[in-house]
Write a protein that binds this ligand. Structure first.
Ligand code: BTN
Length: 340
């Protein structure tokens, strides 16, 4: 959930995606039934035909299926399910995420990229998306398995909140994931686990890592990083008992682009409501408690401060977990909570 940013950790030279790659795909999608000449693409891009050929070859090595060559023109064999800004932006109009979408085919960590950009003045609403992470960060110093079939998304926010109130944003992100999945397929039964795992049949398919930079009384910036297992068909042996993907759970392939757009739209709604609507914080707490099977009445073990156990008793007004223990009521601020 909320973790201080680890100063000094660096993303090894993340290479932002050349915007022209997305533009080529968009052009081929817009003319899906015809062959588009290299000259037309070159004109649209303001590039030479040989440069177009080089970019097409680059797309092919990234798995995009394009038929043709410079002499015949190009045609998409299948619309690629990539999180490219040119494909996502039309779906994000009117949200705070519609202006600055950064895309990487491969990066260490989108959270780290977002935290670094925040430090150099990137605006609120900046989004960092990757097809793959090589050093995905999880909570509690764990890593996050980040192969090509998932969504790896970090958003930069600058809410006028004290740091002690920031947990509510993590809870809201869990609700946003839940709403996005439900919007696409309302038959999937989801469960929220405090503070912000999203589960299907007891297995995790989404994790959220919120990192922030704050003074004692105010958040300077905050990055909400969301990892969703979408189309993975298997996991390494050690993750198999605890991890799942939407594809494994539903038996069908999901559109990552559709899900990512739905997620950003629903996160935008939650965030705007939180900043502008009276009662939004209470609504987040109430909905989180309604959609979590474990936040009330569950015997749990908490791995924090040497470990302790108790029965969950809902959330307090800032979103922390209340626990009835042998020594009385305790409030869990962080740490891993496991069923006993
Ligand atoms: C968890 O441990 O449950 C949190 C996992 C968060 C993973 C996401 S993937 C996108 C973003 N970038 C990261 O390096 N981590 C978060």
């Amino acid at each position: 959930m909320l973790a201080p940013h680890k100063a000094g950790t660096r993303n090894p030279t993340p290479q932002r995606t050349d915007r022209r790659l997305g533009k080529i795909i968009q052009l081929l999608v817009d003319h899906a039934t015809v062959v588009v000449s290299g000259t037309k693409i070159a004109e649209e891009l303001g590039a030479s035909r040989s440069e177009v050929w080089r970019l097409v070859q680059q797309l092919r090595t990234l798995g995009v299926e394009i038929a043709g060559h410079p002499a015949t023109g190009y045609r998409l064999k299948a619309v690629p399910d990539l999180l490219l800004p040119d494909l996502l932006l039309p779906l994000l109009r009117g949200t705070i995420f519609s202006q600055h979408v950064h895309h990487y085919f491969k990066i260490g960590s989108t959270n780290l990229a977002a935290m670094e950009a925040a430090g150099t003045g990137a605006p609120e609403g900046s989004v960092f998306l990757a097809e793959q992470q090589t050093a995905g960060r999880g909570r509690g110093g764990h890593s996050w398995e980040s192969t090509q079939s998932g969504i790896y998304c970090s958003v930069l926010l600058r809410p006028a909140l004290p740091p002690s109130d920031a947990l509510i944003l993590s809870l809201a992100a869990g609700l946003a994931v839940e709403a996005a999945v439900r919007q696409i397929d309302s038959r999937v039964a989801l469960d929220l686990k405090w503070p912000n795992d999203v589960l299907i049949e007891g297995k995790k398919f989404c994790g959220i890592l919120t990192e922030m930079n704050a003074e004692a009384t105010r958040v300077r910036h905050l990055v909400v990083g969301i990892g969703i297992n979408v189309n993975q068909t298997s996991f390494p042996a050690e993750l198999r008992p605890i991890a799942t993907s939407l594809r494994i759970a539903t038996g069908r392939e999901w559109s990552r682009a559709e899900l990512c757009a739905a997620l950003l739209k629903s996160l935008d709604r939650e965030y705007r409501d939180l900043l502008t609507k009276p009662g939004a914080q209470e609504s987040i707490l109430q909905r989180f408690q309604e959609r979590s099977s474990s936040v009330r009445g569950q015997q749990v073990q908490v791995e924090e401060n040497g470990g302790f156990e108790g029965v969950t008793e809902g959330l307090d007004t800032r979103g922390f977990l209340r626990l009835q223990t042998a020594e009385g009521l305790r409030v869990v601020l962080s740490g891993t909570v496991r069923p006993k």
